[in-house]
Design a protein around this ligand. Structure first.
Ligand SMILES: Cc1cc2nc3c(=O)[nH]c(=O)nc-3n(C[C@H](O)[C@H](O)[C@H](O)COP(=O)(O)OP(=O)(O)OC[C@H]3O[C@@H](n4cnc5c(N)ncnc54)[C@H](O)[C@@H]3O)c2cc1C
Length: 371
């Protein structure tokens, strides 16, 4: 027998788990589809201090008071000049600090607290719209093929985006930024003790971000315009391609071999964020350049607002979906303008193709690109 739910939710990243929690809290019957592939590389995500009111509203501070996560006041940065700008610690001390979160652990904490009414299935393998219902193919916890039916679908499947591909919804891409990421043993450098460091370089920008006492994430962000683009894929080349950096190279140990993970870090927004009985949230709807530290904050905010819009839909008011779409698009436009301004703050290499590609807004429309 096919089970019917109010809402089918695709993906169990931070946006998916928060939306499941919200929908269950308003009494909706939710089926969550998740791909339980283990996460191999930590991106050592940081949350800015400005996220604290949202964390308070969502009741998330108690989850962060755990040794997996730690407070973090801003970022060291060498951007626009070789001078290392310190985070404004004084100001940060007057406010609550931001956070470094272990995203996988935070999600597992939130999953553990989901009410039993939220039913889990495996990865979505098929989706079909039939009049007022969606039919979803997946597997149950015993690995058996199942068919589930739902009145509403929310897509929180991350950058891959399930609905854009299933419904052929075009996506607007603003760049082709790629991230090359490694997790390496932490290196202690007396003058660089802050857990996050951003440095602009001639053909890329780089990030050092502490995962824990023992482990640090190093990342290079660039695109095909960089002459070193192919070389970033092998960690053996990193010291040489970063030789002209002042700070980043100090974190690169020469004789270790670690796999480099190449991931899409581009900015995009789908041309449509909602439909008659569906919506998208998190990276599936719109994605952010990690320079902005906006990804998780916006994914969490979208989960809250998507929950409100879906609850309104089930009380007969579909206007909430249009309002959601309008509000998120407006947030995205503001983000794009701020991002270009931030990249224009670095003028030392403004004739280099990488920096030129990031210093104005360029749009390319691509239909359901999968990375
Ligand atoms: C290198 C890097 C550094 C970053 N640093 C920061 C930072 O410092 N601060 C910050 O705020 N953000 C940062 N981000 C961005 C942030 O990680 C993301 O914006 C955020 O995690 C998005 O959450 P999400 O829930 O939308 O998607 P995801 O976390 O991608 O979750 C989507 C989930 O859906 C699952 N899924 C996909 N397809 C299916 C399917 N068919 N069926 C079922 N499940 C499916 C996936 O397996 C995944 O578990 C960074 C990103 C990168 C790449």
């Amino acid at each position: 027998m096919i089970k019917t739910f109010d809402c089918a939710l695709i993906g169990m990243g931070i946006s998916g788990v928060l939306l499941a929690r919200k929908l269950a809290s308003v009494g909706l019957h939710v089926a969550v589809f998740h791909d339980d592939k283990p996460i191999k590389t930590s991106f050592a995500e940081s949350l800015p201090a400005s996220i604290n009111p949202l964390l308070a509203r969502l009741g998330l501070h108690p989850y962060l008071h755990h040794s997996a996560h730690f407070p973090c006041s801003g970022t060291y940065s060498s951007w626009g000049s070789v001078v290392l700008k310190q985070p404004d610690v004084e100001r940060a001390l007057q406010q609550k600090p931001g956070w470094k979160v272990d995203k996988s652990y935070l999600i597992s904490q939130l999953v553990e607290d989901l009410p039993e009414a939220v039913v889990m299935f495996g990865k979505v393998s098929g989706l079909e719209q039939q009049r007022a219902y969606w039919q979803i193919s997946s597997k149950n916890h015993m690995g058996e093929a199942v068919q589930v039916s739902a009145r509403f679908v929310a897509d929180a499947s991350g950058r891959q985006g399930y609905l854009p591909r299933a419904l052929n919804i075009p996506r607007h891409y603003f760049d082709k930024l790629m991230a090359f990421v490694v997790n390496v043993p932490s290196v202690k450098i007396a003058q660089l003790q802050h857990p996050v460091l951003v440095e602009a370089q001639q053909h890329c920008w780089s990030l050092v971000s502490q995962v824990s006492e023992k482990s640090t994430m190093l990342a290079i962000f660039s695109n095909q315009t960089s002459p070193d683009f192919e070389r970033y894929s092998a960690f053996e080349n990193w010291y040489e391609v970063s030789e002209k950096s002042i700070y980043f190279k100090q974190f690169i140990k020469k004789n270790i071999h670690v796999p480099v993970r190449k991931v899409n870090a581009s900015s995009h927004i789908c041309s449509q964020l909602t439909g008659r009985n569906w919506l998208m949230l998190g990276d599936a709807a719109m994605s952010f350049d990690p320079l902005s530290s906006h990804g998780m904050t916006t994914a969490m905010y979208m989960a809250d607002k998507a929950g409100e819009a879906i609850a309104q839909y089930f009380s007969g008011k579909s206007q909430g979906l249009d309002d959601y779409s309008e509000q998120m698009t407006s947030i995205y436009n503001t983000y794009l303008n701020e991002l270009v301004e931030r990249y224009n703050g670095e003028q030392r290499w403004s004739s280099e193709p990488f920096w030129q590609s990031k210093q104005s807004i360029n749009v390319s429309n691509e239909c359901a690109l999968v990375y």
